[in-house]
Design a protein around this ligand. Structure first.
Ligand code: MTE
Ligand code: MO
Length: 338
């Protein structure tokens, strides 16, 4: 869920309520309703966006600890060839017909692991979606259960409104015990990336590629934040350690000028668009800590893919209001100055 957007919508609605009568604070129930409305609206917008991409142009990108050490990309016809597994199960996200069993046809994640992953090293696999939603599954469950990337439902392509064209599904009907481990939130819509373990850190800026060792030479900054996106971070504040955007730019030989801004791109498709709301203006970057986080917690552990790592954008709560709700970009790949 795009919590930041929902929060923005909810606060807008609170503001409207306040105009009408400011003493009447909305009840928790009312807030829930608004949150749900905002969430539904958001899903609608995303589904509309995803619809512009034809199913036949959809690709599945495989990264992380791959056998070749490189990115593997499967195009639609390759995916169709690999989609040999049928799973009969209820659809966890079918609210209208929760007991209806469908036949999903798709690609066994186990077969992807066997074909592309460095088996001994990979402990978990992270699935990244078009809308930056992500889920992570333990390797043993992927090897023991027929969890598939479905591309058809009852013999038909899966519409965007039902999670297609690639929908991560679990064999709930065949193996009911798996439902306890992986609830309906784990059924990921519009999957675009499969990541074995965690990738090596790398940020591109212009013609430079910076690795973790390069970033580690820069002054290290720690901020303490409640992580602003909905992956499985602790719900309390956590320490995030990393480097300031402006230092990263100067390491790449770039001095940011007033009126310029920095666009931070991340792996999920929605971070690829150069939209204004995802650009950080010069004065903000000067004023407060906007960092590329590379480690977290008191032990300064690397940030795993399950938390959006190895590099995620983090914004200090001391930043001005307009960027505090700036969406924290997961799986940061590059910086562009505009
Ligand atoms: N790509 C993607 N998949 C997703 C989500 C999402 O926001 N994006 N939401 C998850 C959650 S939290 C639930 S409960 C179910 C249903 O989400 P919906 O209520 O937004 O349809 O889908 C899951 N899969
Ligand atoms: Mo949910």
């Amino acid at each position: 869920m795009n919590t930041w957007k929902n929060l923005a919508l909810v606060s807008l609605k609170i503001a409207i309520v306040c105009l009408v009568g400011c003493t009447n604070k909305p009840t928790d129930q009312q807030l829930e309703v608004w949150l749900k409305e905002a969430s539904d609206r958001n899903a609608e917008i995303l589904a509309k966006k995803a619809k512009n991409i034809q199913q036949s142009e959809w690709k599945l990108v495989i990264q992380g600890q791959t056998l070749t050490g490189k990115t593997e990309t499967l195009n639609w016809s390759q995916l169709q060839d690999l989609a040999t597994v049928n799973i009969n199960t209820v659809d966890a996200n079918n609210i209208v017909n929760p007991n209806k069993v469908f036949t999903f046809t798709g690609i066994s994640v186990k077969s992807l692991i066997q074909e592309f992953a460095v088996n001994q090293e990979v402990k978990e696999v992270t699935f990244v979606c078009y809308d930056a939603y992500q889920v992570t599954i333990k390797i043993e469950d992927l090897l023991n259960y027929p969890i598939i990337l479905a591309i058809a439902k009852d013999g038909q392509p899966i519409p965007r409104s039902e999670g297609g064209p690639i929908y991560l599904i679990f064999p709930y009907s065949q193996h009911p015990e798996i439902q306890k481990k992986y609830d309906d939130e784990m059924w990921a819509f519009y999957v675009t990336h499969v990541i074995f373990g965690t990738e090596k850190a790398k940020v591109s800026i212009g013609t430079s590629d910076l690795q973790l060792a390069n970033l580690d030479q820069l002054p290290q900054v720690t901020i303490k934040e409640k992580v602003a996106y909905g992956v499985k971070w602790p719900s309390d504040q956590v320490e995030l350690h990393g480097v300031r955007i402006q230092d990263v730019l100067s390491l790449a030989g770039i001095t940011l000028k007033p009126k310029q801004s920095v666009f931070v791109s991340g792996k999920p498709e929605i971070y690829q668009k150069h939209s204004a709301e995802q650009s950080l203006p010069f004065d903000i970057i000067q004023k407060c800590n906007v960092i590329l986080a590379t480690r977290w917690g008191q032990e300064k552990q690397p940030i795993p893919a399950s938390l959006g790592g190895p590099i995620t954008l983090a914004v200090s709560n001391k930043c001005p209001a307009e960027v505090k709700e700036f969406k924290w970009v997961t799986f940061v790949q590059g910086l562009t100055v505009k």
